[in-house]
Design a protein around this ligand. Structure first.
Ligand SMILES: NC(=O)c1ccc[n+]([C@@H]2O[C@H](COP(=O)([O-])OP(=O)(O)OC[C@H]3O[C@@H](n4cnc5c(N)ncnc54)[C@H](OP(=O)(O)O)[C@@H]3O)[C@@H](O)[C@H]2O)c1
Length: 247
């Protein structure tokens, strides 16, 4: 199968490209760094020539209101280019629960990205993942002040990137779902507790203070971004992930 991964040099895209190639598929990794810009359409025709499936794993440069214009423009470009190239399946990497969190501009932008894909004429699959385990350190850094990390007790269900890649690979190489599949980690853990476990595994002088008003996740209703029953679950537990990376 010939598969193009948009954002193929990014955190998730690069892992997916590696797995698809190892599985014997002909894979292209695309982004501005390889000459394909989904804001302008530059390089897209050549990237999509003869392609069966496109995976969209790009991300916006910021998490604020500007993300909406970014996803509107890039999705429009990708739909038009895919249509012209005769692509048979568009796969989008999205986020669990974004339709349940009206207060986060970035989630509203991802929802728009999904809606534009659903309204298009190309068969599609939307894979909604929960927060990547590799992303938890960044969440802690957002609300660190000196030695204190303020975190609300919002429930998360973190998943290892490689577990997401396994599902993306299965979905990209199967018939289009024309629907949404949730993928999540095997455990639901409150964010403040996740922070404590992270710092316990790799102490750096910081401690977690539970603060319902701290950071982006403060406006997320407690159970909004955990997966609904029926989701596909990864096998990697957070403790295994921390142990594997050495704390
Ligand atoms: N972080 C999480 O926990 C999480 C959870 C669930 C879902 N997701 C979703 O996963 C997706 C991928 O995330 P990630 O962390 O892998 O992203 P990332 O590492 O930031 O990679 C994003 C990629 O997008 C490409 N890109 C940006 N602007 C572009 C443009 N105008 N045209 C073409 N390519 C462009 C970049 O490549 P160039 O710089 O070469 O253009 C980059 O390789 C995101 O949509 C995110 O919403 C994330």
């Amino acid at each position: 199968m010939k598969i193009a991964v948009m954002g193929g040099r990014g955190f998730m895209g690069a892992r997916l490209v590696g797995k698809l190639a190892a599985s014997g598929h002909q894979v292209g990794a695309h982004g501005r760094s390889t000459g394909v810009d989904l804001l302008t359409g530059t390089g897209l025709d050549a990237a999509l020539r003869g392609v069966d499936v496109v995976v969209n794993a790009i991300d916006a440069p910021s998490f604020d209101e500007a993300a909406k214009a970014f996803f509107r423009a890039t999705t429009g470009t990708l739909l038009a280019g895919s249509q012209a190239a005769g692509v048979g399946h568009l796969v989008l990497l999205s986020i669990v629960g974004i339709d349940r969190v009206p207060g986060v501009a970035y989630y509203q932008a991802k929802l728009l990205q999904e809606q534009l894909l659903q309204a298009g004429s190309i068969p599609f699959s939307i894979v909604r993942a929960t927060q990547f385990m590799e992303f938890i350190d960044a969440i802690l850094s957002w609300t660190t002040e000196g030695e204190v990390v303020r975190l609300p007790a919002t429930l998360l269900q973190p998943i290892a990137a490689d577990d997401v890649v396994d599902v993306l690979t299965d979905v990209a190489t199967a018939a289009p779902l024309n629907g949404i599949l949730d993928v999540a980690g095997p455990e639901v853990i409150a964010l403040d507790e996740l922070g404590r476990r992270t710092l316990q595994a790799r102490p750096d002088g910081r401690r977690v203070l539970t603060d319902p008003a701290a950071g982006l996740y403060a406006v997320v209703p407690r159970e909004a971004i955990i997966a609904a029953p029926g989701a596909r679950l990864g096998s990697t537990r957070y403790g295994d992930f921390l142990a594997a990376r050495g704390g």
